[in-house]
Each structure stands twice: as C-alpha cells, then as structure tokens.
Design a protein around this ligand. Structure first.
Ligand code: T4K
Length: 369
C-alpha cells in the first residue's frame, strides 16, 4: 500500500541547491525577461539536444500553438484530432479558425491520414495533428496530403519532447511544431513551451510575434502577443536539461515494469510504440477491453480508492465539450470515441518507485478477478 497519493504525474525537480547559482546570476544581472542570457542559452542547448534547426521559447505550449497558427496566417478550417487536450482545439478557436475533427487510428491514437482527405474543403488551410502521448504521427502520409492540397502542417507536439524517428527529432516534421514544457511534461520549465522552426528567418518572424511585433523602439510590425519565457523559467530549463537523460531513463524502467506486470492481465491492452526509435515515456495509456471484468470508469474509481490517481486522458473528446457544440461536427469519430471511453493513463514519472508500479499492477490485477 502506498503511504501518499500517487498522481498521474509529478514533476522532476533537481536538487534545490543546484538551482541557487542560476538565481544568483539572475539577481546579479537584473535581467528578468525579454530574451535574456538564460533564454538565449536554453534555446542554444535545446537546439543541440533535440537536433533541430531553430527553436523559439514560449511562456507555455498554448501560446506557442496560437502563435504558430498566426505565423503561418492560418484561417478558415483546420483538420485536427478530437482525441487531445482541449488546448489543441482552443488554439484554433482563439484564432477564429474552425476545427474540423477527423477520426484517429485506434492503434496509434493519432489522426488517421486515410480519413483526412475526405474532410478537406475549399476552406481548409492546414492540418494540425497531435503526436499523442509522444507517439509519432504518420508524418509521411500527412505531408503527402498536405503537398497534394497545398496545406500547411502544424504539429501539436506538446507530448513529444525528445522523441525521434529513424531520421532524427520528430519535431522537424511539418511547417512548425509546438511543444509544451508544462510541469506535467517530461521536460518542464514550470510553465513553458517552444516552437521548432525550419530556419532562422522563420524564427525571427516568430520571435517578433511573441514580443508584441516589436522590431525596435519605434517600430511595431505585427499585432503580436506576449509569449516570452522569463529568465527564471529558462534557468530552470537549463538545470532540467542536465538531468534529462537519467529522468527519461527512469521512466523507461517504469514503462518496462508496467509492461511486464500488465501483459498477463486479460482485458488490459497495452498500446505498442510505433514509428519511433527513441521514446520519451511521457504517458502510460492502457485500454480497458471488453474482456476485463470492470469498466474503465469502475477501474478508475477503484484505483482512486487506493489513492492512485490515474487520469482519463483524453475524455471527453474535444468536440464533446459544450463550447464546441455548433462549432464543429461531432460525427465520424467513432474510433476516438471508443478509445476515449476505454483509456486510462497510469502514473508515470521519474521518481515513481518500481514498488509503486507493482502495487498499481496488483490493484488492476485484483480488478480482473
Ligand atoms: N496540446 C496538448 C496535446 C497538451 O496535452 C497540452 C497540455 C497543450 C497542448 C498545452 O500545453 P501548455 O499550455 O499546458 O504548456 C495537464 C496540463 O495542465 C496540461 O499542460 C497538459 N497538456 C494536460 C494533458 O495535462 P490537467 O488539467 O490534467 O492538470 P492537473 O493540474 O490536473 O495535473 C495533473 C497531475 O499532475 C496532478 O494530479 C498532480 C500533478 N501535478 C500537476 C501540476 C500542475 C504536479 O505534481 N505538480 C504540478 O505543478 O492538465
């Protein structure tokens, strides 16, 4: 039995004394924000770590998504997935864009490219897929459709920090990718995010948009926003980056322990990683099938009684939230609906003890009896 609640995630915080020297530097420089030295250094280190051409830091992943859409002047309709966090759809609505929700592949939980074409209309300007749980989308198929219909591709890569396919970072695909560095993510800066861009010119444009469109003291060229990451967040990112390898390695062990334990339990489907060479173990989703004796929600509550706070990411579907009523279709997304009613994300975070994983597996196993 666990002696304290186990949440779906917990941020990894390096030893506090390692953070103090960063704070001392900030105090000495009095540079708190607006592209300071920590911000510049984190951009450089992330570019190297992720192996991407350019990266523009943001104060959170949602503002990064909003700005990515602005940077490419996306309008009209955008094809996206309903099986995601609401920020995916909200970033479209906030830009006055109509989200068109297309079904997912039930194995990968990502937008099904085979269903995208039928949803394209003369108003479609872009596709916004999500690398759900850090599983790469079928990037080749999506790009082929985009090229055929002259559409932009903006990846909501909130979950995909550090994920690689055979050619390198998954973040290099599409026109732009937006990541989240929220407290609940594999790599966190408390709040934070970034846009990965293909070249320096695009980065300059995005940097400009995230700073009110200011070019110099007297020139404003766009109705930009305040999307800047502060020095404190950037400093924390620099420290996190020093620990990221072992933080992800620990997640890998937890993932393996779950797989060994749950593999034997009838009715618990473990999605297999597809299309990636390097995983980040951001989430541990399981699908509660018909041959498990309990419903997903019954299991969710049993775990809760044991102080294990698994989460139903992503239930309800985005299009089923009342704010989307009348905005977009809610039919034709049967796979997404079925998965959202059966999925449970089990706790996974760097400092989750393996004994806690065994305990969670045992509670799920007892439910199967
Ligand atoms: N696109 C996608 C696909 C996303 O998943 C997200 C964010 C975004 C875009 C937008 O990126 P950001 O603008 O957030 O950078 C959480 C996160 O708030 C959200 O960032 C994330 N996706 C989403 C999937 O999960 P909630 O409502 O589940 O968070 P909350 O507060 O219930 O936290 C979950 C658990 O984490 C808690 O039970 C305890 C633990 N926790 C949480 C926080 C905030 C901590 O231990 N410490 C903390 O500081 O949304």
């Amino acid at each position: 039995m666990n002696d304290k609640p186990i949440y779906v995630t917990e941020p990894y915080l390096p030893p506090l004394d390692e953070f103090i020297p960063y704070l001392e530097q900030i105090w000495a420089s009095k540079k708190l924000t607006n592209n300071g030295p920590m911000h510049r250094q984190l951009e450089a280190e992330l570019r190297d770590y992720l192996g991407v051409p350019e990266i523009a830091l943001f104060n959170n992943g949602t503002i990064a998504l909003l700005t990515a859409l602005q940077a490419l002047r996306i309008s009209g309709e955008v094809i996206t997935t309903p099986f995601s966090f609401v920020a995916t759809g909200h970033s479209l609505l906030w830009n006055g864009i109509t989200p068109v929700f297309v079904d997912i592949d039930p194995q990968t939980f990502n937008l099904d490219p085979e269903k995208v074409e039928a949803a394209i209309t003369p108003r479609t300007t872009a596709i916004m897929p999500v690398h759900c749980y850090g599983n790469p989308c079928d990037v080749a198929a999506i790009q082929e459709i985009a090229d055929t219909y002259n559409l932009k591709v903006i990846y909501d890569a909130a979950h995909a920090f550090g994920v690689e396919d055979e050619g390198g970072s998954i973040l290099r695909h599409g026109d732009l990718s937006a990541i989240s560095f929220h407290a609940t993510k594999v790599f966190n800066t408390f709040e934070g995010g970034a846009i990965v861009c293909p070249d320096a010119k695009t980065k300059r444009h995005i940097d400009n948009l995230k700073n009110f469109g200011i070019v110099n003291e007297t020139t404003v060229v766009a109705s930009g926003i305040n999307g800047k990451m502060s020095e404190i967040n950037a400093a924390f990112g620099l420290l996190q980056l020093k620990h990221i390898h072992q933080a992800i390695e620990k997640r890998r062990l937890i993932d393996g322990r779950y797989r060994t334990g749950l593999d034997r339990i009838k009715g618990i489907r473990l999605p297999k990683p597809v299309g990636q060479c390097v995983e980040n173990y951001a989430y541990f989703p399981v699908i509660i099938e018909d041959d498990y004796p309990l419903s997903r929600d019954a299991l969710y509550h049993i775990l809760k009684q044991a102080d294990i706070h698994a989460r139903r990411y992503f239930y309800p579907l985005i299009n089923d939230h009342s704010v989307y009523r009348g905005v977009s279709r809610s039919d034709g997304v049967e796979n997404a609906k079925a998965i959202s009613e059966r999925v449970l994300c089990l706790p996974v975070f760097t400092e989750l003890p393996l004994e806690a994983v065994d305990f969670i597996v045992s509670v799920i196993g007892m439910g199967a009896r």
